[in-house]
Design a protein around this ligand. Structure first.
Ligand code: GRF
Length: 223
């Protein structure tokens, strides 16, 4: 079971999708703790309802570095192995990201690298694109720029408003975020530069290895 820590600032529907997928046994992971920078975040309430520790860390009157060091301490205290940002409204600093390198995921409501930053769905709608969507990516210090794990495309309809479009994108977010966590938990994500390689399931990899060994004998004939 992979221990996941979720950072969320707001309503927490992506957190809920992750909690639900874990509860249904769809991903070999559990949410070990939810941390928020906002004491009124509905995400905290969702965590408590699911029996998950919910911690508010007050960002006011302290340096970013200290604030994030406290978050990191809480995550480690709960045995977290993967950090998932789910509507976390702050940009994480270098120290935090160095400590958790390759172990932080984010979901963004656009097909990156198009429309990074805030209100991505509105940006896409105003630009007039015909296809919008969402992206799960590893987090690097540059905002919305890390290696991409999964994306889902959503058509923009003639009568869409930014709100209706955002609603359909959100449905896809709730599908691909748990899916990306599942792939991570199964050890199937390998970062190679900008690219994330998705490996086949372990059973298939074993099968390939057996076939390889049959073909070559156990090491015999290999140079
Ligand atoms: C989502 O649109 C997500 O893509 C973005 O922030 C929003 C969070 O929504 N990063 P919720 O709090 O998960 O409902």
């Amino acid at each position: 079971m992979l221990n996941v820590g979720v950072l969320a600032s707001g309503r927490g529907t992506n957190l809920q999708a992750i909690l639900d997928a874990c509860a249904r046994g769809e991903i070999p992971a559990r949410v070990a703790v939810v941390v928020s920078d906002n004491p009124a975040a509905p995400a905290l309430e969702r965590a408590r309802r699911a029996g998950v520790p919910a911690v508010f860390v007050d960002p006011r009157g302290r340096k970013k570095r200290e604030f994030e060091a406290e978050i990191s301490r809480i995550l480690k205290e709960h045995g977290v192995e993967l950090v998932c940002l789910a509507g976390y409204m702050r940009v994480l600093g270098r120290a935090f990201l160095e400590e958790w390198e390759g172990r932080v995921l984010n979901i963004h409501p656009s097909l990156l690298p198009a429309f990074p930053g805030l209100e991505a769905q509105r940006q896409a709608w105003e630009y007039g694109v015909k296809v919008a969507g969402c992206t799960v990516h590893f987090v690097v210090p540059e905002v919305d720029a890390g290696p991409i794990v999964l994306q889902a495309a959503v058509p923009v309809l003639g009568d869409d408003t930014p709100e209706t479009l955002a609603g359909r994108i959100l449905e896809q977010e709730h599908r691909i975020y748990p899916e990306a966590i599942r792939l991570y938990a199964e050890g199937r994500l390998r970062i190679e530069g900008r690219r994330v390689i998705i490996l086949p399931p372990a059973a298939e990899r074993d099968e390939d290895r057996r076939e390889e060994e049959m073909r070559w004998g156990n090491g015999v004939g290999r140079s």
